[in-house]
Design a protein around this ligand. Structure first.
Ligand SMILES: [Zn+2]
Length: 259
């Protein structure tokens, strides 16, 4: 199993990061992707895959971080990102659009920064890890005007409606589902799941957020990935664990086959 999105670098794991990793491997997780959320995280993260190839990293600017970064620094940050991506990143991201962050980072700026990530993904031949929360009309409009890069787009912690899902499927996106798919009242994620071709599906914990049932409300961690995949498997069949792992290895172009 591969956890395609977990923020193991954040301070909430400082006290017990190695135990968290040990629990993940013991639970059958064989690889994970840490999407950096901003410039300060980039350089330190690049050393991690060199120490342990089961841990791979994406580099990007999270839209929720934009309000705390001066707009005047965007160009400089994106140039730094361009220079660091070839040093071992397997994806561009986390990037995307975030409705609640519009107060501190207008959607025009968010779209400019997102567009730069798309261009970098094209330039470096890397897939994109995309966050979209309460901003789907903007992302839809963007994708209508800009084809997705050849290496693909992974819609992370996906929770869109069945109708939105049809749009993103047609645009060529992949999808990963997090803890909410396991909640007893989960209806929308399950409706969406049924619209997605099996070869475009992956699973993630989004640790430390969105812990699956029965850990809801607690800190999430990659060892909970089986709970999420098992919820998806209830609807899609037992082979889902294997399928999502295959999809992740293909999407991240065998990054996890080494080591
Ligand atoms: Zn994230």
């Amino acid at each position: 199993m591969i956890d395609t999105h977990c923020h193991l670098d954040v301070p909430r794991f400082d006290a017990d990061r190695s135990e968290v990793l040990a629990r993940a491997w013991a639970a059958g997780v064989t690889g994970l992707v840490i999407p950096a959320i901003g410039p300060k995280a980039w350089e330190p993260l690049l050393g991690w895959p060199q120490r342990d190839a089961r841990v791979q990293v994406g580099l990007g600017i999270h839209p929720q971080l934009l309000p705390s970064l001066p707009p005047g620094d965007d160009e400089q940050h994106l140039a730094l990102l361009d220079s660091l991506l070839p040093r071992g990143a397997i994806a561009v991201g986390e990037c995307g659009l975030d409705g609640p962050s519009e107060a501190g980072a207008p959607i025009e700026r968010q779209l400019r920064v997102l567009h730069a990530h798309f261009e970098l993904a094209r330039k470096h031949g890397l897939p994109l890890l995309v966050h979209c929360y309460r901003a789907h009309p903007h992302l839809q409009r963007y994708l209508e005007e800009h084809p997705i890069p050849e290496a693909g787009v992974l819609m992370h912690s996906y929770s869109g409606s069945a109708e939105l899902t049809a749009f993103y499927v047609k645009a060529g996106c992949h999808f990963s589902f997090a803890g909410p798919v396991s909640f007893p009242e989960a209806r929308r994620p399950l409706e969406a799941l049924k619209k997605i071709p099996l070869d475009r599906l992956m699973g993630e914990t989004d640790a430390p957020d969105q812990a699956p049932h029965p850990h809801r409300g607690e800190r999430s961690e990659p060892a909970y990935l089986p709970l999420i995949l098992d919820s998806m498997a209830t609807y899609l069949g037992e082979e889902l664990r294997e399928r999502t792992a295959q999809n992740a290895r293909r999407f991240f172009r065998c990054a996890f086959d080494v080591g």
